[in-house]
Structures are given as structure tokens and as C-alpha cells.
Design a protein around this ligand. Structure first.
Ligand SMILES: Cc1cc2nc3c(=O)[nH]c(=O)nc-3n(C[C@H](O)[C@H](O)[C@H](O)COP(=O)(O)OP(=O)(O)OC[C@H]3O[C@@H](n4cnc5c(N)ncnc54)[C@H](O)[C@@H]3O)c2cc1C
Length: 665
């Protein structure tokens, strides 16, 4: 499938044998570490979100000594706590035809056939263990009246396989992982470093042997050594400035590992979520997600007539005043088989298409309606509030509109105030390249959770990120890391006095001094906001060759502006949030360039990557399997100023037939 000659060959280490047997085979033959040797081995886990906390707790429970880092004041404040809608698993409790195969198939198809088959099959296989594990921890998943765990539907699936705890699934899962972690902290097997930021990875003889971390309270740099380093530091959505991610989300650890030789895979695969509260001004620094679960019962529409849209934009008409026959439920019209539950990339593009044609429903013309009138009529407000009460409250708090409040009755039909929603940056499918063992291109450095690229291809299905983070942390890494650590117990514990530690620390210190001494005129936020504009405008939902080339030029100019005109108040000693943000911004700019390079080279549309030159007559994404059936991996060339080198990892499908994605019938 791939024509070019590969400059470097990446070994994805996918085990031999039939896809459904690969993981079992791997576990049967991998190397193990004996219990005595585990006590001698140290593992650094950076991150305490669902991926990091589950990995740290599991590795410690197995006997390894774990050093666990996070930038927040408590592991419980990792961004994972924001996850609302749910977590997928192939339990088939609904008896609606689900199976491990179907979850695997939906995920590969949802990712527009750009994920590795073997990884996704393993993910689907362990999904059921995750639910059992979390129930055992006491996670209060929603239940049916009879006591059975309840499920709801998410996009890209025709079965109900999403387990949830109201609109707070991430919070409850994180409390479960945190309780396991706390047990290990109490046992002394996990040493927790809160408010510490990893600034660099220390490489000795080609292997990851430790990190340099900044104590965010004192400002001091500290050295930590270990036999392996795991990063679980989340995604790079905040490259776009406005996103649904928590304000602290950053990609500094991942980008610093990239600078040290860990390749970055598929950076252009960025997820734009269709149901977010629209931007309402230029003073905003954060966007709010309205969970995809709302699409179970909410119907998405815009007016059929342009004059109605214009009246809505001018504020002379309200949504509820538009009669049923003048409403265009465009997802149900275009995709009858999946309707409002098409995957996120498809729903986002469809909203953009309607708004581009002038049918947007708010004053900026950049919003569509999400309406619960029909489901409230059918199920009653109590039932709907039980399902989405806290999401309705959140929406009302932000917009002062209550979607559960009746607006009028017409012809005996009750109409409720609809929500207004619009697509926003939400998740990053791309990330640090890892092999089947979740090991990066630097031996001894592993990447798990959202910060790796492993399982979602070009588009992630809803409720699959929590599944992947917990699969990596509870069920995959605890096996695969042993294959690496098996011969590491013969090494003496490495001293942090070694020259490699001193040199890396010195380089970090020098870089901090450089940033502090720029002493320009612009705040971090003002440059970050500009970065966001460039990314959204040129590397956003619809991409073109010209736009991307222009975007790359602007990004390079912005880096120049950052390097010469940045102003950081205060000093590097003690707490300095602006300095921390500046470090993050330095890496967001490089990440933005990586996203643009990848998007420019990928002359096809797939999943979250939509090149306007490559679409069907109906406006659907047009893939080019002949030339782009591979993972695009980017290799750092020694300087931020040099363009990265592209290395291709060919994809190889054994059981799924690669075809055009179809959600219409
Ligand atoms: C609003 C919202 C709702 C969502 N809802 C869902 C959902 O319903 N279902 C679903 O499947 N997915 C959902 N997602 C996606 C999902 O929440 C994330 O993909 C997932 O939680 C990421 O987990 P993680 O452990 O990889 O990273 P995170 O939870 O982001 O954790 C990152 C950790 O790394 C630490 N860290 C970062 N950088 C450093 C550094 N340099 N040094 C030290 N520590 C560092 C942080 O302190 C933190 O502990 C949602 C996302 C958003 C934004």
C-alpha cells in the first residue's frame, strides 16, 4: 500500500498469530519479573489522571517502587475528573447484539481505518475487565431499577454499551483509581510528588533513566532516577487555546520527549466535538462541553428557511417559535441509520456545513440547536432530568437558559427552550508514538492514555478515552513493562549525580533563564490566544494546502515573536504561574507546527483530519488508502527550527475489510 521507501523502520512489535489471539499469546510468552526483583525496580509515572493513577496503583500493587508526579495539588484534580458521559465496554448487558468483536469493529471504523487492528482488539477485549475492576472499587455506576448496571448510547455505535455515573463518570472513575493509589501511598510503595512538573527526560546510554522535575512551589529543579519512565500527561488540545480541556492541560512532557527522540504520531488527528457551548466573546479562555450523551435524547436541528435563520441571528425570533415542519433535523436527514448518534467528526462537519451556508442560529451564526422537546413529551421531564439533570444545570448556569423549561404550547405540543451548541477542540488522537507494548522510540520510556496515539485512529468514538486510559493503566502496561524490566534488576540504582542528570538539569535551567530574560512586552496569554487563532483558522475543521502553508508561516513568525517579545513577570524562584504557562506555550507552538506539517503532508481526508480538496460530492471525507494507509510518525531533527522528518509505519489489516465509512444505511 505504501509506495515510498522508508528511511527508518519502526517496529510496532505486534505479536504474530490471529488478531483475537494476539494479546493472550503475548501474555503467555512475555518475560516476567520475579517478586524479589520487583522490589529492586523503580518506575517513574508522570501523571495522575485515569491513565497515570491506574498505572501507578497497579505497578505498586505488583511490587515495583513507584514515583508518581502531577502538576496539581492533588491527584484527584487531573483533567480526567472532567469527563462527563461515560466509558465503553462490550458487556452486552442490553442483549442488543454487542460483543468484543463489535466494539473492536466500531472503534476501527469510527477511527476511519487508521488505527492498528491489534491494539484496538486488545482494547475491546480488556474493556469488560475495566468495568469489573471499577465496580469492585466502588465506582457508583448508574443502575437499572433491578440492580443491573445501566447503559446508554454514544456516537458511532448502534448498541448501548456506555457505562456512566450521571454526568460525572470521569470523577467517579478517578476517585476509584485514587483510592487504589492512596492504598499504595499508605503502604509506602508509591511516593507522590504533587505540584511537580516534569521538564525533561534523562537519557543514559540510549535509555530513559529518569526525569528533571520542577517543584512548582519553590521553583527548584530536582532530579529523579528510575529503571523506566512512564508519561501519562494527557493531550495537546490546548494548542488551540480555546478547547474543552482543563486550563492546566499541556503537552510539555510529551514535546520534551519528542525533542529527545520519541517520535510523535499522527499529530493532525485532532478531535472537534460537536456539542459544546458556542464561543461568546473574545475574553473567553475556556470552552464548555455538553456531553455527547445528550445526543441520546436531544435532536439537532437548524431552520429549513434562510429567513428564519436570519431572524434568529438578529434576535427577532426564538427557536421554539419555529414550527416542526420548518425544522431541518439535518443529521437524521443525512444519516438515517445513525441519526443524531453519528460519530463526532461527522456531526461537527455537518454543523459547520449548515452554518457556512448561513443557517446558524445565534448572533454569530455559529451555533445549531440541540432540542429535548420530543423526548420530554415522550418520557416526561422527570426522566430526562434524571438522565441529564446536572448537564442541564451546567448549561443554565453558563447561558441562563434552562433546556428543561417549557417555552410554549402550539397545536397541543409542548416546546422547550433548545440548547445552542457548536463544535470545539476536545481531544487529540495523535500523540507520542508507541509500539504494542506502549513503549516509545526511546527504550525505557513508555506513554499511556491520551498522550499516546495508540488506539483511536483518525477519530475517537465517545466514551473510548476513559476505556483506553484505564486499559493502558490497569491491564496493558502492567504486563508489557515487565518485558522491558525483566533484565533491569541487574543494574544498580543509578545515582542522580551522574553527568547525564547534571547536564539535563543545566539545560533546563538555561532554558528557564532564557525565557525569563526575554523581557519583551507581550503576556503569555496574548501570544497563546494568537496561536489559537492561527490553529483554528488554518489548521482547524476544514484544511487546505494553501491554508496550511500560510498557517506554518504564521506559526514560525509567532515562535519568533515568543522568543523576542515575551514578558514573564516575577522571578524563577518560588511560585511563578506565568513562567509555567510560558514553558507550556513554547511547547504548544512546536506542537502546532507538528499538527500543521502532518495535516499538510496527508493529502486525504480521514476522521478528524478534513482536507477540503479531498471530499466526495456529498461533502464526506475522502480517504486515500492507496497512498496514506500508514501511521505518520515525526522525528525531531535536533532543533525547533528544522522541519521534522516523516517516518511511516504501514498499517496491516488482517480481519477488517477497509472500506468507506457509512453511517447512512
Ligand atoms: C470536558 C471533557 C469531557 C470528557 N468526557 C469523556 C467521557 O465521557 N468519556 C471518555 O471516554 N472521555 C471523555 N473525555 C476525554 C477524557 O477525559 C481524557 O481523554 C482522559 O481523561 C485523559 O486521561 P489521561 O490520564 O490520559 O490524562 P489527564 O487526565 O489529562 O491527566 C494528565 C496528568 O498528567 C499530569 N501532568 C501533565 N503534564 C505534566 C508534567 N509536565 N509534569 C507532571 N505532571 C504532568 C497532570 O497533572 C495530570 O495528573 C472528556 C474530555 C473532556 C475535555
Amino acid at each position: 500500500m505504501v509506495n515510498d521507501i522508508m528511511a527508518k523502520v519502526l517496529d510496532s512489535k505486534i505479536p504474530a498469530g490471529p488478531v483475537p489471539e494476539k494479546w493472550k499469546e503475548y501474555k503467555a510468552h512475555q518475560r516476567l519479573v520475579n517478586p524479589k526483583n520487583k522490589l529492586k525496580l523503580d518506575v517513574i509515572v508522570v501523571g495522575t489522571g485515569l491513565a497515570g493513577a491506574s498505572a501507578a496503583a497497579s505497578l505498586a500493587e505488583m511490587g515495583f517502587n513507584v514515583y508518581n508526579f502531577c502538576i496539581q495539588d492533588s491527584p484527584r484534580r487531573a483533567h480526567s475528573i472532567a469527563a462527563q458521559g461515560g466509558i465503553n465496554a462490550a458487556k452486552n448487558y442490553q442483549n442488543d447484539g454487542d460483543s468484543v468483536y463489535r466494539l473492536f469493529y466500531d472503534t476501527v471504523k469510527g477511527g476511519d481505518y487508521r488505527a492498528r487492528e491489534a491494539n484496538v482488539y486488545r482494547l475491546a477485549e480488556v474493556s469488560n475487565n475495566i468495568i469489573d475492576q471499577c465496580v469492585a472499587q466502588g465506582v457508583p455506576f448508574a443502575r437499572e431499577y433491578g440492580g443491573m448496571l445501566a447503559n446508554r448510547s454514544f456516537g458511532g455505535a448502534q448498541v448501548s454499551r456506555t457505562f456512566y455515573a450521571k454526568g460525572q463518570t470521569g470523577q467517579q472513575l478517578l476517585l476509584g483509581a485514587y483510592s487504589s493509589l492512596s492504598k499504595e501511598v499508605q503502604r509506602g510503595k508509591v511516593k507522590l510528588f504533587t505540584r511537580y512538573e516534569m521538564e525533561d527526560v534523562v537519557i543514559i546510554d540510549g535509555r530513559a533513566r529518569g526525569i528533571i522535575a520542577k517543584n512548582l512551589v519553590t521553583g527548584k529543579l530536582e532530579r529523579f532516577s528510575a529503571n523506566a519512565v512512564v508519561i501519562a500527561t494527557g493531550g495537546y488540545g490546548n494548542t488551540y487555546f480555546l478547547s474543552t480541556n482543563a486550563m492546566g492541560c499541556n503537552c510539555t512532557a510529551a514535546v520534551q520527549c519528542f525533542r529527545k527522540g520519541a517520535m510523535m504520531a499522527n499529530p493532525s488527528y485532532v478531535q472537534i466535538h460537536p456539542t459544546c457551548i458556542p464561543v461568546h466573546g473574545d475574553k473567553q479562555s475556556k470552552l464548555t462541553l455538553m456531553s455527547e450523551s445528550l445526543r441520546n435524547d436531544g435532536r439537532i436541528w437548524v431552520p429549513k428557511k434562510l429567513e428564519d435563520a436570519k431572524a434568529l441571528q438578529a434576535g427577532t425570533k426564538q427557536g421554539y417559535e419555529i414550527p416542526e415542519e420548518d425544522r431541518d433535523y439535518y443529521l437524521e436527514r443525512r444519516y438515517p441509520a445513525f441519526g443524531n448518534l453519528v460519530p463526532r467528526d461527522v456531526a461537527s462537519r455537518a454543523a459547520k456545513e449548515r452554518c457556512d451556508k448561513g443557517f446558524g442560529v445565534n448572533n454569530t451564526g455559529l451555533a445549531v440547536f440541540l432540542d429535548f422537546s420530543e423526548s420530554i413529551q415522550r418520557l416526561g421531564i422527570d426522566e430526562i432530568r434524571q438522565r441529564y439533570g446536572n448537564l442541564f444545570d451546567m448549561y443554565e448556569e453558563i447561558t441562563d437558559v434552562n433546556p428543561g423549561e417549557k417555552a410554549c404550547t402550539r397545536d397541543g405540543v409542548d416546546y422547550y427552550y433548545p440548547m445552542m451548541i457548536f463544535p470545539a477542540i476536545h481531544y487529540t488522537m495523535g500523540g507520542v508514538w508507541v509500539d504494542y507494548e506502549l513503549q516509545t522510540t526511546i527504550p525505557g520510556l513508555f506513554a499511556i492514555g491520551e498522550c499516546n496515539f495508540s488506539d483511536h485512529g483518525a477519530n475517537r468514538l465517545g466514551a473510548s478515552a476513559l476505556m483506553q486510559g484505564l486499559a493502558d493503566g490497569y491491564f496493558v502496561l502492567p504486563y508489557t513493562i515487565q518485558n522491558y524490566l525483566a533484565d533491569q534488576s541487574i543494574w544498580p540504582r543509578l545515582s542522580t549525580d551522574m553527568p547525564e542528570f547534571a547536564e539535563t538539569e543545566k539545560a533546563v535551567e538555561k532554558e528557564i533563564d532564557r525565557l525569563m530574560n526575554i523581557k519583551g512586552k507581550r503576556s503569555v496569554d496574548s501570544i497563546h490566544k494568537e496561536l489559537g487563532h492561527i490553529m483554528w483558522e488554518h489548521v482547524g475543521m476544514g484544511r487546505t494546502k494553501e491554508g496550511l502553508e500560510e498557517g506554518l508561516k504564521l506559526l514560525k513568525a509567532l515562535r519568533q515573536e515568543f522568543d523576542t517579545n515575551l514578558f514573564i513577570p516575577g522571578s524563577k524562584e518560588g511560585l511563578n504561574v506565568e513562567l509555567d504557562k510560558a514553558i507550556h506555550l513554547r511547547d504548544f507552538i512546536l506542537m502546532g507546527e507538528l499538527v500543521a506539517y502532518d495535516a499538510l503532508h496527508r493529502e486525504e481526508s480521514c476522521g478528524g483530519h478534513f482536507r477540503e480538496e479531498h471530499q466526495t460530492e456529498e461533502g464526506e471525507a475522502k480517504r486515500d488508502d492507496e497512498n496514506f494507509f500508514y501511521v505518520g510518525c515525526w522525528d525531531y531533527q535536533g532543533s525547533d527550527d528544522k522541519a521534522p522528518e516523516l517516518i511511516k509505519e504501514p498499517l496491516n489489516y488482517e480481519i477488517i475489510k477497509v472500506q468507506t465509512r457509512n453511517y447512512k444505511n
